[in-house]
Design a protein around this ligand. Structure first.
Ligand code: PLP
Length: 288
């Protein structure tokens, strides 16, 4: 396995960054995770557009053109012979003598990229039975709209989920409304057949899978509403599911131990999962 680190493809065991990389000291960096489907990148344009926005919100220089970053993504996928899985791209503000304030302009951002195989069969098998989630207070900072590598709150939440025998943690704001999962967006289907997911205007990351799932819903003639929903509403929903690039549309069958609907993956969620790649942009060629 090889990893792209600041201009070079190096063996996994030797892939390292400097101790004064600001990503390491301050989580001063952003990242993206793209799905790889049969060797192709899924929803690349949207992921790259979000990456650009994350960089700009943090005033991190773009290390190179999006087209060049696209070359690195593809080359990393190719060199690791990943057919199905994910590719991870991270950009930090780079190496500088430790100081909270930004280093002087001109210091180069740090770029890291790796690809990893994931079994599609295993993902589909998980989706066929559905997953359990727990709910926890959302203790993250207020700029969750930026996809930063500052993921300690999410890590604590995921670990709590694991220890509770659940797959994911759904986070809950101070008013009792679900924001999103530790690394996914949260959805429910109401009793009257409406999909509901929180608006990207507040409290969540604007998930790419969320956006494409919305398009998939529209293509299937389904109605959705962008509004907050409470844990109680979720527990009495007809269906629940979550979306992310690595998990796609994943049915949720249990929230805090309470079975959702009949306790099996919902028809609508399963239908969205099956239709997803027909709506997503799946690409090898450069079109940026
Ligand atoms: N919300 C959070 C907090 C995430 O970390 C992620 C993905 O990692 C998502 C939502 C889903 O985003 P996407 O569909 O772009 O993978």
């Amino acid at each position: 396995r090889v990893v792209y680190v600041n201009g070079e493809y190096v063996p996994y065991a030797q892939a390292s960054v400097h101790v004064e990389d600001r990503g390491f000291q301050f989580a001063d960096g952003v990242y993206e995770v793209c799905e790889i489907l049969d060797g192709n990148l899924v929803d690349e344009r949207r992921h790259m557009a979000r990456l650009e926005r994350s960089l700009s919100e943090l005033r991190i220089d773009e290390p190179m053109s999006l087209r060049s970053l696209g070359v690195i993504l593809r080359e990393t996928v190719r060199r690791n012979r990943v057919r199905n899985g994910i590719v991870y791209l991270q950009i930090t503000r780079g190496v500088a003598r430790r100081d909270f304030a930004f280093p002087s302009p001109g210091d180069a951002p740090g770029v890291v990229c790796f690809a990893r195989s994931l079994s599609r069969k295993a993902g589909d098998a998980k989706a066929a039975v559905g997953v359990a989630v727990i709910t926890l207070p959302d203790i993250r900072w207020k700029r969750v709209d930026i996809k930063t590598t500052g993921l300690l709150a999410q890590s604590l939440a995921r670990q709590a989920a694991r220890e509770a025998g659940a797959y994911e943690a759904w986070l809950v704001d101070e008013k009792g409304y679900v924001t999103e999962g530790a690394s996914c967006n949260a959805w429910i289907l109401t009793g009257d057949g409406k999909l509901v997911t929180r608006s990207a205007e507040s409290g969540i990351l604007r998930g790419i899978t969320r956006e494409v799932a919305m398009e998939t819903a529209r293509a299937r003639g389904l109605h959705y509403e962008e509004r907050p929903f409470t844990v109680e509403e979720a527990k009495s929903a007809r269906e629940a599911f979550q979306t992310s690039a690595s998990g796609l549309v994943m049915p949720v069958v249990k929230i805090d131990g309470v079975a959702i609907g009949n306790g099996k993956p919902g028809e609508i969620a399963s239908g969205l999962r099956a239709a997803y790649h027909g709506v997503a942009e799946v690409s090898t060629p450069h079109h940026l």
